[in-house]
Design a protein around this ligand. Structure first.
Ligand code: SAM
Ligand code: SF4
Length: 450
């Protein structure tokens, strides 16, 4: 299913058209971009690294927070200026395309094509049609995949594999159910075929993706998420399997049991908290309170003492008082997450909370965000220091960004590990043992220990 198209010239001597994709947002968007790239490669396009040398530029967008959309319009402004010089076709895909297709078309006249996530399979067709400007933002209710998808993946060892899309949870602040539509589950046989193919081609790690993976149900057989994990872990070849994102209200004992029994499931779970205040969680429509969340974290730790948890937190949701925020800090101290993603609340179109007064002043949101991040930084330093002197198994992803003589990778808990190796030995894309010699709050440092 994965192919590489390196040659700029076709066997008939024609120059291949080129494309460039810029991706904003989450891993779901990353995976969609790999799918779009696969479709274009199949259609004879060649991938290039910059918009300047492209015949087609696609911007894959995110609309989850207001800031991401502000960034999008300034980015599109720069591309529009470049387009007037270089004459490429400009397409906008992803969640903002879905939510604001017509608005993007009228604000940025240089955009030729807007397509929502449900329309990606039609991209080659739309490009061939060359009918001037077009908006294609259909919403489908069931999974549409009439033949196995082709991906042009960034990594040759770690792959994202989508198992479901959309969401039925309607958290009060979240635009996803409106941009990605209702839950759609990818048939298990297609998921397993993709994983099998990846393992055959030497992939070491897969990350199963969905907005709420715990609610997975195979539309053909009714197999649920814990069973999907067992079936995936039963395929030969893969060393690490992760999944993202879990919803605390759907995280049952059968998943914990699978994590205990299946050695290839990484002992690491991303479990979005959003707020530590039961009152705010109810206003957010999250379906659990602080007590439920802490019980689940305890249950996971009792079953798997080495498990690492990470989370998402929003500060400044409408009506959040100092006491609510203190409750969030309390959960941070109590659970001691290995990593958090933290955001200032911003109202999003269509959502329930956009009808509430955005009453936490921007300065208060900012102060709470800073305080939260500072507390978390201290927690991470504490957790990381304990690892100094120990040896970690690391999947090396490539050279370190800061020091080209060093290497970078991730351990089972998904921590970044930067490390040195003896000259002449390349650990790239391999599992290696690294002795940890130092740390910062966001990464570990070490040396190869083999
Ligand atoms: N499905 C996942 C979940 O249940 O948490 C992730 C959804 S969203 C793509 C990723 C994160 O963005 C959320 O977990 C939340 O913390 C944040 N987020 C979503 N809407 C937001 C908003 N209106 N303002 C600030 N942060 C938001
Ligand atoms: Fe958004 Fe909530 Fe669905 Fe996550 S679970 S995608 S936060 S509505």
């Amino acid at each position: 299913m994965g192919r590489s198209f390196q040659n700029a010239i076709t066997p008939e001597g024609r120059r291949r058209p080129t494309f460039h994709i810029h991706t904003f947002g989450c891993q779901m968007n990353e995976n969609d971009s790999e799918y779009l790239a696969g479709l274009l490669a199949e259609a004879g396009y060649e991938k290039v690294d910059s918009p300047e040398s492209s015949d087609l530029v696609i911007v894959n967008t995110c609309s989850v927070r207001e800031k991401s959309e502000e960034k999008l319009f300034s980015f599109l402004g720069r591309l529009a200026a470049l387009k007037r010089e270089k004459k490429f076709r400009l397409a906008v895909a992803g969640c903002s395309a879905q939510a604001h297709g017509e608005m993007i078309m009228s604000r940025v006249p240089e955009v030729d094509l807007v397509l929502g996530p449900a329309s990606y399979g039609r991209l080659p067709l739309l490009l061939r049609a060359e009918t001037g400007r077009a908006v294609d933002v259909d919403q489908v209710l069931t999974w549409s995949e009439d033949r196995p998808r082709t991906f042009l993946r960034k990594s040759p060892v770690s792959a994202l594999v989508t198992i479901m899309e959309g969401c039925d949870n309607f958290c009060a602040y979240c635009i996803v159910p409106y941009t990605r539509g209702r839950e759609k589950f990818r048939p298990l046989r297609l998921v397993l075929a993709e994983i099998e193919d990846l393992a055959r081609r030497g992939y070491q790690e897969v990350i199963l993706l969905g907005q709420n993976v715990n609610s997975y149900r195979d539309p053909e057989t009714g197999v649920d998420f814990p069973l999907l994990l067992r079936r995936a872990a039963g395929l030969p070849g893969l060393k690490w399997i992760r999944f993202i994102t879990s919803h605390p209200k759907n995280f049952g004992g059968a998943i914990i049991q699978a994590l205990r029994e299946l050695p290839s499931l990484c002992r690491q779970v991303h479990l979005p908290l959003q707020s530590g205040s039961t009152r705010i969680l109810a206003r957010m429509n999250r379906g659990y309170g602080q007590g439920d969340y802490l019980r689940l974290a305890d249950e996971l730790r009792d079953a798997l003492p080495e498990i690492e948890l990470s989370t998402d937190v929003i500060v400044g949701f409408p009506g959040e008082e100092e006491e609510d925020f203190e409750n969030t800090l309390h959960v941070l101290e109590r659970v001691r997450f290995a990593n958090i993603f933290s955001f200032r609340y911003s109202p999003r179109p269509f959502t329930a909370s956009s009808r509430l007064a955005d009453d936490v002043p921007p300065r208060t949101k900012q102060r709470r965000l800073m305080e939260l991040q500072e507390r978390q930084k201290q927690i991470q330093i504490g957790l990381n220091q304990v690892l100094i002197g120990r040896t970690r198994r690391v999947l090396c992803t490539g050279p370190s960004k800061k020091d080209p003589r060093a290497f970078s990778g991730r351990d089972e808990s998904y921590r970044v590990v930067n490390f040195t190796a003896p000259e002449g030995f390349s650990p790239i894309h391999r599992f290696v043992q690294v002795r940890i010699t130092g740390c910062g709050p966001y990464s570990l440092r070490g040396e190869l220990n083999e």
